[in-house]
Design a protein around this ligand. Structure first.
Ligand code: ADP
Length: 456
């Protein structure tokens, strides 16, 4: 039930009760007053008539006295006067009548009584009239009060409360721009003021949070970029090493051509070798540059198999130098996920580099690619693409294993490790709706398993 009807009921019901009680009291009082007036009136009339009758009896005119009584009785339609002879007279019970008995004296004797009665029909009619008047007045009063209360409750309570409720609803919907338009200086006005002040504070907090979130995203981007540059730095030494062989080949062939040691078919072959080697060098550098320059991009559908190929090519200068052979083991696809190419590549490159660095004597790194139907924690199982990077390296103690995702945690020498790789990778994978888990034991190698939600 709405507030206005409740207020109307709450205020009109007591008024209604008071008016009813008042009307009943008034009616009782009027009836009593009329009864007393009628009794006095009847008594007066009886006494007056008795005096006249007594005077006539004193003169011995009993017949005249009787005629007088009959004449008076015939005078009023509603009342009756009778002569009752005898020294005593009972008051007869007459329903709906007021009855009075007045003794008539003749010296010390009482020869008879005057019996006066008046019908209460007139009084009843008057009472009915009063009741009708009171009821109509009460009804009019109730309607007027109801209207006034309805108007007041709609204007003073209903509308301001609706404005406050509207503002609260807008806040719940996340719209913090409006305000509750209430001008009154009563309790509801103060409530609206508080709600408006709260809205303003929420708006300020939200703006501050948005700015803070933007600052955090920017800081995270910087951190990821820094980690990426560290990888580039490490790869650069591998690239420099890789460039040695093709550079020697190019220099040797060029020298032979310059000295005129090759001619005809051999000359063409040397030129082709030079082209081939420069292309190889340019590819190496292009890969590295692309990786270094890549910035976060919008999410798109990615084939993880292609991303793994890419990452393996990228770290090739390093793996080759460390005599590590990456091997891909792909299950049944498709291995499509939705993600940011640069970030996914960063995760894979980091895992491959860590695996390579964990095998100082070289060996094999297996990159396993499969689709799994799994649930994380209590969630319902869904399809994930799982990339496992399995090395045969030094492994980790449980203490190291427990801290690897902490930012700046590293067991590597100063300059070799920053401790950011895995924490950045963890953040990226979590941003993509996935997770990373690890199996490792000292001397027994390490397996990193990265899960990305599969695209249907
Ligand atoms: P960084 O490589 O710069 O040290 P990471 O966050 O990538 O930073 O790695 C943190 C630590 O985790 C490494 O210092 C190393 O101790 C451990 N770690 C990571 N990958 C491996 C791995 N494949 N085998 C053994 N230890 C690893």
């Amino acid at each position: 039930m709405r507030l206005a009807p409740k207020l109307i009921l709450a205020l009109t019901l007591p008024i209604c009760a008071v008016i009813t009680v008042h009307a009943m009291w008034s009616i009782d009082a009027v009836v009593e007053r009329m009864r007393r007036t009628a009794a006095t009136d009847l008594h007066l009339r009886g006494r007056t008539l008795a005096l006249a009758v007594e005077a006539m009896l004193a003169r011995g005119d009993e017949a005249g006295a009787r005629r007088l009584v009959d004449a008076v009785s015939a005078e009023y339609e509603q009342s009756e006067v009778r002569w009752v002879p005898g020294a005593s007279a009972d008051v007869p019970a007459r329903p709906d009548h007021l009855v009075q008995v007045v003794p008539v004296h003749a010296g010390a004797q009482v020869p008879g009584h005057l019996l006066l009665s008046v019908s209460s029909a007139t009084a009843r009619d008057e009472v009915r009239e009063i009741v009708v008047h009171t009821a109509v007045t009460a009804a009019l009063l109730l309607v007027a009060c109801g209207l006034m209360i309805a108007l007041a409750s709609v204007r003073l309570v209903g509308r301001p409360l609706a404005a406050v409720a509207g503002q609260v609803r807008r806040i719940a919907d996340g719209d913090l721009t409006g305000r509750a338009a209430v001008d009154s200086d009563d309790e509801i006005g103060r409530l609206a003021e508080q709600v408006n002040a709260m809205t303003a504070r929420l708006r300020e907090t939200r703006e501050a949070l948005t700015k803070e979130a933007e600052r955090r995203v920017a800081a995270l981007d910087e951190l990821r970029h820094a980690e990426r540059l560290k990888t580039v730095g490490q790869l650069a030494s591998g690239v420099a090493h890789e460039l040695g062989t093709p550079l020697n080949v190019v220099a040797g062939r060029a020298r032979m051509i310059a000295r005129g040691q090759v001619e005809g078919k051999d000359l063409v072959e040397s030129a082709n070798i030079i082209v081939e080697q420069t292309q190889r060098m340019s590819k190496l550098i292009t890969h590295l540059l692309t990786y270094a320059r890549r910035r976060p991009s919008p999410r798109q559908k990615l084939d993880l198999a292609a991303q793994i190929d890419h990452a393996i090519t990228l770290v090739e200068p390093l793996t080759r130098k460390a005599r590590v052979t990456p091997r891909i083991e792909a299950g049944v696809g498709p291995f499509v996920v939705e993600g940011d190419t640069a970030q996914v590549e960063q995760v894979l490159a980091n895992l491959l580099m860590n695996a390579t660095q964990a095998m100082p004597d070289g060996g094999e790194v297996t990159v396993k690619l499969e689709r799994v139907h799994e649930a994380r924690d209590e969630e319902t199982p869904i399809d994930f693409v799982r990339v496992s990077v399995i090395d045969q390296g030094i492994g980790m103690s449980p203490e190291v294993r427990a801290r690897i995702f902490e930012p700046f945690f590293t067991t590597k020498d100063v300059g070799a490790g920053t401790g950011l790789g895995l924490s950045v990778a963890y953040g990226i994978v979590r941003d993509h709706g996935g997770w990373i888990d690890v199996d490792s034991a000292p001397g027994e190698g390490t397996t990193f398993r990265v899960h990305f939600p599969a695209v249907a």
